[in-house]
Design a protein around this ligand. Structure first.
Ligand code: BEZ
Ligand code: FE
Length: 314
């Protein structure tokens, strides 16, 4: 159907939608039609001015320029706008006993060393209280999964990730661990702290302009994978943290909150590992569900993203 040339706001939306109607891939067609419908409706609802439109282009350009292998401003936008968590919740709608997932965040790095059980990911962090995180990797019948890979990362006790810390030029607070025949894992680290997400770019300006704080509650990141199971990207959070109810990236789920218990005298693994009190322990069991063949592999997507960052740094 020929479209009129003296277009109204409705005409232009209808014409754009019509051009995308012929998209051969049905899923891409659905996404593009939905995107145009909502994007145009948003622009019309707020009556976006030319200056505001130009400002949006500048913000996106600045976000793109900031992205390197160490900084991912678009993930930060997605996280702080709550989009990452909506995508996560759609992907995992029904509670099924498996460990719940949460945001991947922008601070994962490839190449973390594989460490033995009890290996210390915080060897350069002398300020944080020593902490042992242990538990089991299980299937949905509570049977142990042997050989599961736990990719762990965390901010230093300064609140900075290694990639943000200019005094460091090596990987730190990162390690990969394997579960044993009973599904057990043991990670030595320091007590996680709450920290502000990077606020020196457009995301920080958005938070300040909208009266939002940038803080994340104390947590440790995990990606857990095992043959035949769906990988899970998640965190464990410290139950005592004051920001649990106002995480800047909306990533807290009740089932991921965990007790970090303080000990004044050494016992058990702490003795074997030569850890002097005071120290903390946290216990958390991860449950994986069987792999669903047709599901997009989240880990592959994350690896592609990491590779994109590495290329940006070249
Ligand atoms: C993080 O926990 O590392 C993180 C997640 C989302 C945005 C910023 C940081
Ligand atoms: Fe984090």
């Amino acid at each position: 159907m020929a479209m009129p040339h003296n277009k109204t706001e409705e005409d232009i939306t209808a014409e754009v939608l019509q051009r995308f109607e012929q998209t051969p891939d049905p899923r891409l067609r659905q996404i593009m039609l939905g995107l145009i419908k909502h994007l145009h409706a948003f622009v019309k609802e707020v009556e976006l001015t030319e200056a505001e439109w130009f400002q949006a282009i500048e913000i996106l350009t600045e976000a793109g320029r900031m992205c390197t292998d160490k900084r991912q401003e678009f993930i930060l936008f997605s996280d702080t706008l709550g989009v990452s968590m909506v995508v996560d919740l759609i992907a995992h709608r029904k509670p099924d006993g498996a460990t719940e997932s949460t945001v991947f965040g922008p601070f994962h790095r490839l190449g973390a060393p594989e460490l033995p059980a009890g290996g210390n990911i915080a060897r350069l962090d002398k300020a944080g209280p020593p902490t042992l995180v242990s538990g089991r990797v299980l299937n949905l019948d509570d049977e142990p999964i042997e050989g599961a890979l736990l990719d762990v990362w965390q901010a230093q006790s300064s609140g900075l990730y290694d990639s943000q810390d200019e005094s460091l030029n090596e990987l730190h607070m990162r390690g990969k661990f394997r579960s044993d025949a009973e599904g057990r894992y043991l990670v030595r680290t320091v007590l996680p702290v709450n920290y502000p997400i990077p606020s020196d770019g457009p995301v920080g300006r958005m938070l300040r302009a909208t009266g939002r704080h940038p803080w994340r509650p104390a947590h440790i990141h995990f990606v857990i994978s095992a043959d035949g199971y769906e990988p899970v990207t998640t965190h464990i959070f410290d139950r005592t943290d004051p920001y649990l109810g106002s995480d800047a990236v909306f990533a807290v789920k009740d089932s991921l909150i965990c007790d970090f218990v303080r000990h004044e005298s050494a016992a058990g693994e702490a003795v074997r590992l030569g850890i002097d009190p005071p120290y903390y322990t946290a216990e958390f069991d991860f449950r994986l569900k069987p792999a669903a063949e047709q599901r997009t592999n989240v880990l592959d997507a994350q690896r592609r993203l990491a590779a994109l960052g590495a290329r940006a740094a070249e």
